[in-house]
Write a protein that binds this ligand. Structure first.
Ligand SMILES: [Zn+2]
Length: 207
């Protein structure tokens, strides 16, 4: 069975949103073989680091948190759309000719996956694109950017999706994945009450 690892590697030099230092993970060794018989380390990490899930609570007060996540919604068939030809935002027009059905989990593969350096001009989902997906009643959307929207002062894309309880995965790495249908396994860390968490996301080829 072919397994695609569609996750970012977490390290202190990895790309973080807008290259902000406060968003960098810090990994420290608390015990090692110089002074003891084992190695242990710890990590200080923003929940929106690398490949991660956004729950409604990220933008909606009293919205659903990770406690409310149904694993069946993130261990699920999904559709990868190749949108590497898009230069700016992905709009309703760009999505209209795609096969999108109620309950789908859609992953948007864009030019963002071609580099591991944070690009301030990253490809994103526009508010009208989000509106279209909301009307289609999808259950989840993933993108290979650290943000699903870019410079939208009212957070229209996030709010449109999260108000409809549509799950958002950000920070995917999809460059090696051909367009098609896969089994998505995208389980975030099980942390109580939070608005999102990092995950190891993989795609399995459906036989
Ligand atoms: Zn996020």
């Amino acid at each position: 069975m072919k397994i695609y690892d569609v996750s970012m590697t977490i390290d202190e030099q990895m790309q973080v949103y807008k290259n902000l230092d406060e968003k960098r993970p810090i990994i420290s060794i608390t015990r090692d073989f110089r002074s003891s018989s084992a190695m242990e380390s710890r990590i200080s990490i923003d929940m929106h680091t690398g490949t991660h899930l956004d729950m409604p609570l990220h933008f909606i007060e009293n919205g659903k948190s990770l406690d409310d996540l149904d694993l069946g919604d993130v261990v699920t068939p999904c559709k990868v759309f190749d949108m590497t030809y898009i230069k700016e935002g992905i709009t309703q027009m760009d999505l209209e000719d795609k096969d999108i059905q109620e309950g789908d989990f859609i992953l948007l593969k864009t030019a963002n996956s071609s580099t591991d350096i944070f690009n301030f001009e990253f490809i994103y989902l526009t508010e009208d694109g989000a509106q279209f997906l909301m009307e289609k009643k999808i259950k989840g959307i993933g993108i290979d950017a650290l943000g699903i929207e870019r410079n939208q002062p009212e957070y229209g894309t996030h709010l449109t999706l999260l108000n409809a309880d549509i799950l958002i995965i950000e920070g995917l790495r999809l460059w090696d994945v051909p367009e098609g249908e896969y089994l998505l396994v995208a389980a975030p860390l099980k942390i109580r009450g939070v608005e999102g968490a990092p995950m190891r996301a993989i795609l399995l080829e459906i036989e």
